[in-house]
Design a protein around this ligand. Sequence first.
Ligand code: FAD
Length: 472
Amino acid sequence: MTISCDVAILGGGTGGYVAAIRAAQLGKEVVIIEQDKLGGTCLHRGCIPSKSLLRSAELFAQMKESESFGIEASGVKLVFPKVQQRKQAIVDQLHGGVQYLMRKHNIKVIQGTGRVIGPSIFSPKSGAVAVELADGEMETVVPAHLIIATGSRPRVLPGLEPDGSHVLSSDEALVLDELPASMLIVGGGVIGVEWASLLHDFGVEVTVVEAASQLIPAEDEEISRELQRILVRRGIKVLTGTAVIPDSVQKAQGVTLSAKQGDKVVELAAEKMLVSIGRQANVENIGLENTDVGIKNGFIRVNEHMQTTEPHIYAIGDCIGGLQLAHAASHEGIVAVEHLSGEKPHGYDPVHVPRCVYTRPEVASVGLTEKEAREKGYSIKTGKFPFSAIGKALVYGEKEGFVKVIANAETQDILGVHMIGPHVTDMIGEATLAQILDATPWEIGQAVHAHPTLSEIIGEAALAVDGRATGI
Ligand code: FAD
């Protein structure tokens, strides 16, 4: 069967389904092709299930610390299968929500695996999609515009391939039936440190091995140092500047492996190992060889409006690389759809995309790190304010961390905001808005922040840029 439409979207993850909804709002006839479940990585193997586990872990850890709040709780017990059931119930509810949104917007969802085809009897241009359905039948979707949103999968380190028992990727870790006694985490990026935080809170002995000189290498050095200090103080073992030797892995009762730390070789052992060394774009076996769509370093090349090197074919989300975040994928989807509809959207600029890490304490940032700002030649000034001087943080019993604001010393523009501490992922929105509206630190400080709230820290850190903070 052949289906013609205005927009076809290959991949129904966060990028794909949000793009579909925006296209439907703009009056387009839309078809989504999804081989697995609508919602993609974020809903089924990423953001949502991992945050559900993190919340259970945080609550468990806090209950053990309840005495400091004057509450004596005895018999607090972790029932991990129930933690997993709760996680699945949340995922299922949201999955139902995405399916409902597709029906509400009259978006046709084709369940099957798609491959882009070249010029053919269906269309003189490349960009039609041949879809293999579950029953082996074929369908061809012929769109005026195609958006590729095929996402990514865990990057595999040769020698450390996931085996489902000893060596896990985040996909397998999310569906563990029971917790191991100890876990070696290879890779201290966002996924690695989130797992370190949650496993430790569940009582698992955790070691994190990171080849770079700091955890969460893309983040501001000061923030990363503070995160490492707090994780280590909580009892997590962190080895930065340490590269695992993949062919040294031995599996028996547990896993052992050697790692290089400068000239030294260290021996590591744990019951299981989680490999979290980044994500690889799904660009193979989707028919790109039938098109002139360009690829660079394993990711689809796009311009600021998400057009590939074939202007009627767009690509969004993890398959184009960059920040590889769900909200980046959905924003890119909206930019692509508005552009192909002639709406003239602002081009996508990753500097305005917030980045969040859901460890305990959380990390959130937007814009340039101090190092990046200096490398770009800006003359900068910074303001910093600690959570220990914020009343609400003391009330919550979470006074570690700080907020740092980096501003351009000449123009007063905000270049970056970096936060570590309680609930900062819910507060980065203020900094994102301030940055996009070109607010100065003084203007952020002039906005009255309610007392007592955690958000007072943003006003204080902004005022600290010019030595005007009043709370310290
Ligand atoms: P995906 O969500 O991967 O969707 C791609 C879809 O395309 C999939 O459903 C796939 O089945 C489908 N597909 C692929 N090929 C084909 C084909 N040939 N035919 C048909 N369908 C196809 N991001 C955040 O912003 N916040 C977080 O807290 C966060 N936590 C994360 C935690 C973990 C453990 C992981 C792994 C990721 C996390 N992410 C987080 C990242 C986030 O999940 C991704 O950035 C986001 O899912 C990317 O969306 P996407 O639409 O590009 O791709």
